[in-house]
Ligand binder design. Sequence first.
Ligand SMILES: C[S@@+](CC[C@H](N)C(=O)[O-])C[C@H]1O[C@@H](n2cnc3c(N)ncnc32)[C@H](O)[C@@H]1O
Length: 314
Amino acid sequence: MTCRLHVPVLRDEVCGWLQPGPGRRLVDGTFGYGGHATALLDAGADVLGLDLDEVAVVACRRISTDRPRLHCQQRSFVELREALAAVGWTQCDGLLLDLGVSSPQLDDPAKGFSYRADGPLDLRFCQQRGRPAHELLVDLDETELAQILRDFGEQRGARELARAMKGAERTEPLRTTAQLAAVVRAALPATAPVNAVLSRVFQALRIAVNEELTALQSVLSQALTAVAPAGRVAVIAYHSLEDRIVKRWLDRERRDCVCPPEVPVCRCGHRAALRPLTRRAVTPSAAEIIANPRARSAKLRVAEVLPNGERSAQ
Ligand SMILES: C[S@@+](CC[C@H](N)C(=O)[O-])C[C@H]1O[C@@H](n2cnc3c(N)ncnc32)[C@H](O)[C@@H]1O
């Protein structure tokens, strides 16, 4: 997460791993306000910036007016192959994903990402795609909503919260962040950590509305062929659900065989496609967290695509 006033999260580490330099073609799949992308450009790379948010793409186009090595597209990183084709690249030498919400998005009440300010209960990165959260709440039944709160918010007591939300919504549609926050507050016992629960509820709805976890799985599997041999993939995750997907992907794609342990002779034919470069996740220093507290949960993992990556892509 970042904003114009902040240095982007783990900037020097990202630049170190992605090896930007003249002739290197890098994709920043989550352009945001361009903090990482401009650092990569300044180091000499050609950068393709993607973002779902129109505001971010406008910022990208503005930066690109005097930096011809920057290309901008308003699209999901799920469309990685199409994005590469649109700039005439068959592959790229590196892919960066700095997942989640940017600080300016979080601070913009019109997006509805935060319970801290009142705004429409939208929670989409791109207002032209998919359904806003208030429509999703109408469509989901109590069981489905509880499942979302449990799976994407790791929320205890998800069933009770879902019941309260659906009950309130039958009386009056929940169309604003303040309405939802009031319903959640009223449903909690006096001793509950209200802000932590609200954060998890909003996170869960945001992940569901934007289908964030399936998008991450999709782009990671495309990266095995979209990133050229010896190219690198760097992912910054901000919560355990994202980080778990990245870890599982790294663990699977670094192996020559992914048969279950009880199978004595390999039947899967899977071939390693990646070499993980970070044994453990790289995390921000204490100084970075003091300067940008929203960086505190960041975890960066990096891998290199092996020359045979294409053959073993699933
Ligand atoms: C944490 S911010 C990135 C900040 C950026 N690295 C910088 O230096 O300013 C995440 C960005 O990813 C965008 N985003 C989220 N999901 C996306 C997706 N599926 N495709 C493209 N962009 C996405 C969000 O709109 C947001 O601007």
